[in-house]
Write a protein that binds this ligand. Structure first.
Ligand SMILES: C[S@@+](CC[C@H](N)C(=O)[O-])C[C@H]1O[C@@H](n2cnc3c(N)ncnc32)[C@H](O)[C@@H]1O
Length: 413
């Protein structure tokens, strides 16, 4: 363990905590004023006084807790500072509601993850508090990850990063590490990915196509053996990003990239994951050798989804595994399956967890091919159900989706 790095981390944490503390009041007043205006309420006079009073109380409550989260020892994390802010911001939502500000229209994913945050006040990244905090947040996260790794090397064991086959964090611990990381992967799907990653052997390779803000790749990095190479491919260009977010948007992509980096650092896996910031079709030359586990969750349009299955699928070793998200749910991905895995004899369909389908690389004989085709064809009614739900949700006919057993306003995945 290098004492200079420990000291440097303390200094970085102290400075970062000071910068966040200084930005808190201005940020909270700013977003409250902003949401009042957007919600049709004049934020001057008495309203402004009420905002300032609530912010003063909030800062008194949150500032020490955020400081504590930033300065916590790397082996005793107290939870993410952003999560402290998101969890504590309720009184400001309450005030906005009391003064009659109309809440903004919310993204389905945001409603699912933060149902109480009616006015979208909670920060997703440090840059939401103040743009100047973005770089400092990344430096802080990277410094923590570095010290964490150093300590592990010095004493030979830390619960997360030195995970061996017999001493890995439990799935529950892994799930806690990604609880605040945005994404569209359900807990059951996370378990499936976790279990597949923990089967990988030293020296093997895992490739993910489409990493977004890091939810799934953090699960893999925490579950897999230290000697497994973990590779995330994502251009972070803001396009093909999530439901109905198809067109590229570089500002959105840069934000995803910053949050991805911070999330990996916070989970202590920044140094475990090799990120290739390219389209999957351009990254084939960046990864050598066989892949033992492939997770496809990138562009969901037919063309790129099919190329990922064919081109990246070709890299999977015999008996290796391919997981595909949004199978039998997205039209593009399902059409890509229909034209590849359905009739072809190279991928044995193992089953699915909601929309996460699992395939094993195999050479199927004629009878097996028929069975394989049949098993996948049997998933098509579920696909039709999902498409119907998406159409109903788009037409704002949410109550009708309940007849199909769908809860919430999120697209099925
Ligand atoms: C649904 S999100 C991935 C979610 C992630 N697997 C998780 O569970 O958190 C899709 C991601 O694919 C990325 N993407 C879009 N087109 C891509 C491509 N051609 N190659 C690789 N990634 C792509 C987007 O930038 C976006 O971050």
């Amino acid at each position: 363990m290098d004492q200079r790095d420990e000291t440097r981390l303390r200094l970085i944490s102290g400075e970062f905590a000071n910068s966040v503390s200084e930005a808190l009041s201005g940020w909270l007043v700013g977003i409250a004023v902003d949401r009042s205006v957007q919600g049709g309420v004049d934020p001057s006079g008495e309203v402004h006084e009420r905002i300032v009073a609530v912010v003063r109380q909030l800062v008194a409550d949150l500032e020490p807790r955020v400081r504590q989260a930033i300065s916590a020892d790397v082996d005793q994390p107290t939870g993410s500072p952003l999560a402290v802010l998101r969890d504590g911001i309720g009184p400001l939502n309450g005030l906005l509601s009391e003064i009659g500000a109309a809440p903004p229209r919310r993204d389905r994913v945001a409603v699912e993850i933060f149902p109480e945050d009616t006015y979208e006040l909670g920060p997703a990244a440090f840059s939401d508090i103040d743009p100047s905090l973005q770089e400092a947040g990344i430096t802080w996260g990277a410094a923590r990850a570095h010290v964490h790794l150093q300590r592990r090397d010095g004493r030979g064991a830390s619960p997360v990063e030195s995970a061996t086959v017999s001493d890995k964090p439990t799935f529950e611990t892994v799930l806690t590490a990604v609880v605040d990381v945005e994404g569209w992967m359900t807990d059951d799907q996370a378990r499936q990915l976790h279990d597949q990653a923990s089967l990988l052997k030293s020296g093997e390779k895992m490739v993910e196509v489409g990493s977004f803000r890091g939810r799934s790749i953090i699960v893999v990095a925490l579950a897999a053996d230290e000697q497994v190479e973990v590779i995330a491919i994502d251009p972070h260009g803001g396009g093909d990003r999530g439901p109905q977010e198809i067109s590229p948007d570089q500002a959105r992509g840069d934000e995803d990239h910053a949050v991805f980096t911070a999330n990996l650092s916070e989970a202590g896996v920044f140094d475990r994951v090799r990120h290739i910031r390219k389209l999957s079709s351009s990254a084939l030359g960046d990864v050598g050798g066989d892949v033992a586990l492939l997770y496809i969750d990138g562009a969901h349009r037919f063309g790129p989804a099919r190329s990922d299955i064919v081109d990246w699928g070709n890299r999977v070793r015999p008996e290796g595994t391919m997981l595909i998200h949004d199978s039998f749910s997205s039209i593009g991905v399902t059409m890509a399956l229909l034209t590849t895995t359905f009739g072809g004899g190279r991928w044995r369909y193992m089953g699915r967890n909601q929309s996460m389908a699992e395939y094993r690389r195999a050479e199927l004989g004629p009878l097996d091919r028929v069975r394989n085709l049949l098993r996948q064809t049997l998933q098509l009614p579920w696909f039709l159900r999902n498409v119907t739900i998406k159409v109903l949700l788009t037409l704002r006919l949410k109550p009708l989706t309940r007849l199909l057993g769908h809860a919430g306003s999120d697209w099925p995945y």
